[in-house]
Design a protein around this ligand. Structure first.
Ligand code: ATP
Ligand code: MG
Length: 444
C-alpha cells in the first residue's frame, strides 16, 4: 500500500481525494494548509504528495521547496489553475514530478499517480540492484582465512586506493573476477564503471574495435561510430579477462595505451585519452608465455605492477568448510531453498575432493545438490563427485608384474592420460612406458 499526502485548503476536495484515492488502494493523509502539510510530510514520509499551489498560509511553491529540501527524491504532483502557466513551469523547475490543472479531472489524476508509482518502482528496483551489486562485490564476500588468501586480501587493500595496474593470475574458477570487482568496489572510483572484456572470446579485429571503438566506415560493418571499452570505462576499471590470449598485434597496441594513455579509434585519426585503471587476469602462466616468446615482456611488466596470485582450492582446504557454508547460503537465497546441514562425512568428502574447477566447480556441485535435495540436509548422493582413483594395493600379496601394471594404470589415470607426466612421476623413459603399456595391454 502506498501512502499519499494531500495538501489542499478546500475541505470538499480533501474529502473527494480521500474517497477516490483510498478506493484505488492507497493510504491517504490530508493537510489543510502548508504548515500542517510540511509537518505531516516530516512525520509520515509519504510515497507521493499532491499539493495545491494556492494555500492560505504559505505559497505552495515554498512548500514544494521545503519538501524537496527534506527529501530530494520526494515525488510531488502540483495542482495549479488552468491559466497559471508561470506557476506550473516554476513548480516543474523546482522538482515537481507532474502537474494537473484545477478543476481536477480524476482520470487524469489517476494516470499521473500511476506514472509516479511506476517510476518509483523502477527506481526502487534499480537501487536494489546497485545495492545487491555492491554487497556482492565487496571484499567481505571473498571467503578465506588461509595464509594464501590473507596475502590476497592484503594486496587488495593495498591497491584499492591506487590507480596502479593489477595482474590477477590463478586457475579457472579461483575467483579472479571476484577479486577484480572487489578492488574496484573498494576504491574511491566505485561509482565509475567496471567494464569487463573477455579477450579470448573475440577474433582479433573485433576485439580491437571493442577495446578502442571505431569510426563510421572503418570496415564493412561499421555503419555508425562506436565507443570502445577504454572510453566507456571513464575513470573506472577496465577488466581485461584472459589477457594471455591476445595477439601480438593487440599486445603492442595495448602497450602503447598503457604507456601513453592515449589511443585512436579503429579508422580514426583523433587522439583520445583514457583514465581507466587496468586490471588484467589470466589462467595461463604469463611469465612462461613471455619465456616462450608468446607474450611481450614489456607489456607483462606494465600489467603486473602489482601481481595477485590466487591459490587453487586444493591448496587451501582449510577454507572449504566456510566456503561451503557461504555458498550454500547464497544458493539457498537464489533458489528459495533451505539446505544448511552438512553431515561431517559429506564435509570430509568436500574437503578432500581435488576441485580442478576450484570454487566455481564447488559452487556448481553444491547448486546441483541443493536443487536435488528434498530436505535441509546436503546428501552425498546428490553431489556430482567422481571417485578419485584408488591406489592399487590390495590385501593379498601379488607378483610384481601385476602390481606394476595396476600402478602404471593408476598413475596414468591420475595425470589424465598424459604420458610425459607419467614418465616424470615413474622416472622411466617414454619408450619404456610405451613398451610396458603394450606388454600389459593397458588402455590409455
Ligand atoms: N574466495 C571466494 N569466496 C566466495 N566465492 C568465491 C570465491 N572465489 C570464487 N568465488 C565464486 O566462484 C565463482 C567463480 O569465480 P570467478 O568468476 O571470479 O572465477 P575466475 O577465476 O574469474 O574463473 P574463470 O577463470 O573460469 O573465468 C563465482 O561465482 C565467485 O563468486
Ligand atoms: Mg573469470
Amino acid at each position: 500500500m502506498r501512502k499519499i499526502l494531500v495538501i489542499d485548503d478546500d475541505p470538499l476536495i480533501r474529502k473527494t481525494f480521500i474517497s477516490h484515492l483510498s478506493k484505488e488502494g492507497n493510504e491517504v493523509i490530508v493537510a489543510a494548509d502548508g504548515t500542517e502539510g510540511i509537518e505531516l510530510f516530516k512525520e509520515s514520509n509519504p510515497d507521493l504528495t499532491i499539493l495545491d499551489v494556492r494555500l492560505p498560509d504559505i505559497n505552495g511553491l515554498e512548500v514544494l521547496t521545503e519538501i524537496k529540501n527534506l527529501n530530494k527524491k520526494a515525488y510531488v504532483i502540483v495542482m495549479t489553475a488552468y491559466d497559471d502557466m508561470k506557476t506550473t513551469v516554476e513548480a516543474i523547475k523546482l522538482g515537481a514530478f507532474e502537474y494537473i490543472a484545477k478543476p481536477i479531472d480524476y482520470i487524469e489524476l489517476s494516470l499521473a499517480i500511476k506514472k509516479v508509482f511506476k517510476v518509483k518502482e523502477l527506481e526502487e528496483k534499480l537501487n536494489y540492484i546497485v545495492e545487491e551489486q555492491e554487497r556482492d562485490y565487496t571484499i567481505n564476500n571473498i571467503i578465506g582465512k588461509s595464509p594464501k588468501m590473507r596475502e590476497v586480501f592484503k594486496l587488495i587493500g593495498m591497491v584499492a586506493n591506487t590507480r596502479t595496474n593489477v595482474l590477477i593470475q590463478g586457475e579457472s574458477g579461483t575467483g579472479k573476477e571476484l577479486v577484480a570487482r572487489a578492488i574496484h568496489y573498494s576504491s574511491p572510483y566505485k561509482n565509475e564503471p567496471f567494464i569487463t572484456i573477455n579477450c579470448s572470446a573475440l577474433p582479433d579485429t573485433l576485439l580491437e574495435s571493442e577495446l578502442f571503438g571505431h569510426v563510421k566506415g572503418a570496415f564493412t560493418d561499421a555503419v555508425t561510430e562506436t565507443k570502445g571499452k577504454f572510453e566507456i570505462a571513464g575513470k573506472g576499471t577496465l577488466f581485461l579477462d584472459e589477457i594471455g590470449d591476445i595477439s601480438p598485434n593487440l599486445q603492442s597496441k595495448l602497450l602503447r595505451v598503457i604507456e601513453t594513455r592515449d589511443f585512436m579509434k579503429v579508422g580514426g585519426d583523433k587522439i583520445l585519452k583514457t583514465e581507466a585503471r587496468i586490471i588484467a587476469a589470466t589462467n595461463k602462466n604469463l611469465k612462461e608465455l613471455v619465456e616462450q616468446g608468446k607474450f611481450r615482456e614489456d607489456l607483462y611488466y606494465r600489467l603486473k605492477v602489482v601481481e595477485i596470485n590466487l591459490p587453487p582450492l586444493r591448496e587451501r582446504k582449510e577454507d572449504i568448510p566456510e566456503l561451503v557454508a557461504y555458498l550454500l547460503e547464497k544458493i539457498n537465497r537464489q533458489l528459495h531453498k533451505n539446505v544448511r546441514i552438512v553431515p561431517p562425512h559429506v564435509m570430509e568428502k568436500l574437503i578432500n575432493y581435488p576441485w580442478k574447477g576450484n570454487v566455481r566447480e564447488l559452487e556448481n556441485a553444491l547448486t546441483r545438490a541443493v536443487v536435488l535435495s528434498k530436505s535441509d540436509v546436503l546428501l552425498e548422493e546428490n553431489l556430482p563427485l567422481e571417485p578419485s582413483p584408488q591406489p592399487p594395493f590390495k590385501q593379498e600379496l601379488l607378483p610384481l608384474k601385476e602390481v606394476e601394471k595396476d600402478y602404471i594404470q593408476y598413475v596414468l589415470k591420475k595425470v589424465g592420460g598424459n604420458k610425459s607426466k607419467a614418465c616424470r612421476i615413474l622416472k622411466i623413459t617414454r619408450p619404456t612406458l610405451d613398451r610396458k603399456i603394450k606388454e600389459y595391454d593397458i588402455k590409455v
